[in-house]
Design a protein around this ligand. Structure first.
Ligand SMILES: [Zn+2]
Length: 279
């Protein structure tokens, strides 16, 4: 081989090698969460908000919302909470609670239709995590029989009044005992926040542009409740609830995260709903 030919070949090789290295680098840099959608998983009226702040606002009702959060990680989809059951969408007057102080739920849109609008099939959901097992959070768990359920062991094993399981025994499940790094890269972290229920959990999501978000579940129900550290009278454990609120405050400070309160309508009214998304 002549020297000129050799040099030409070496230059060509380095030119072809360079972009592939760059591609590898950018592919690596792009791993993580690239989209977070807020889905409308219910709207309602709480009959008496003093349930969430004993002695305060007695007899005062308040509009509530219920959110689900659909998260796209470069390695798969995750759904956080499933809202009230889609069956409520077909009820003209919504679902009235047995106790008028509780929440009267309506379902303006089904969860199924919102996933369909985004082209996401239930079988595409790799991880399904719920903050806790109250009906306004687990209403559609059975729509995802193949998704890996991420739930605290303490919540999974919490006895129901009827003595039956909170989930179908055949549903794939990972029973957690504390915090959990969902995708193994720190971008989505389940944070143990017990108190509202025995194994209540919250979710820390790190987005590239938006930054860190802490999704409360029901560790907090609305802003006033958070500002005054109100512990709902119906909570499973008062001291653990207070400790979990402090833990959330610590995580917010450490991660410089925004607090997104699931049931807070005033806050949701300021946020972008699906099909718009956060990245
Ligand atoms: Zn709730």
């Amino acid at each position: 081989m002549k020297l000129a030919t050799f040099i030409a070949a070496a230059v060509a090789l380095s030119l072809t090698a360079a972009p592939s290295l760059a591609q590898n680098k950018s592919a690596k840099a792009k791993s993580g969460v690239d989209k977070l959608y807020i889905l409308n998983c219910g709207e309602g009226i709480a009959g008496d908000i003093s349930r969430w702040s004993p002695g305060v606002n007695v007899g005062k009702s308040m509009p509530f919302v219920d959110n689900c959060y659909l998260i796209h990680h470069t390695t798969g989809w995750m759904l956080w909470d499933t809202g009230v059951t889609d069956a409520i969408a077909a009820m003209l007057e919504g679902q009235a609670p047995a106790d008028p102080r509780m929440t009267h739920w309506r379902r303006p849109k089904t969860l199924a239709s919102q996933l369909e609008q985004l082209g996401v099939k239930p079988s595409d959901i790799k991880f399904l995590a719920v903050s806790h097992t109250h009906p306004d959070h687990i209403g559609n768990v059975n729509m995802f029989p193949k998704s890996m359920l991420l739930v605290q062991k303490a919540e999974y094993e919490w006895p129901t009044p009827l003595g039956v399981g909170r989930f179908k025994p055949e549903h794939p499940v990972t029973k957690l005992e504390g915090d959990h790094d969902v995708f193994g890269d720190g971008s989505v972290m389940i944070i143990l926040t017990p108190g509202h229920t025995p194994g209540h959990q919250s979710l820390l999501v790190k987005l590239r542009k938006t930054g860190a978000l802490l999704l409360t579940g029901d560790a907090v129900h609305f802003k006033d409740n958070w500002d005054n550290r109100g512990v709902p009278s119906g909570n499973f454990d008062k001291d653990k609830t207070a400790a979990s609120m402090q833990r959330i405050a610590d995580v917010l400070a450490k991660e410089k995260a925004q607090l997104w309160i699931n049931h807070d309508k005033a806050q949701r009214d300021t946020l972008k709903m699906s099909p718009q998304f956060y990245n």
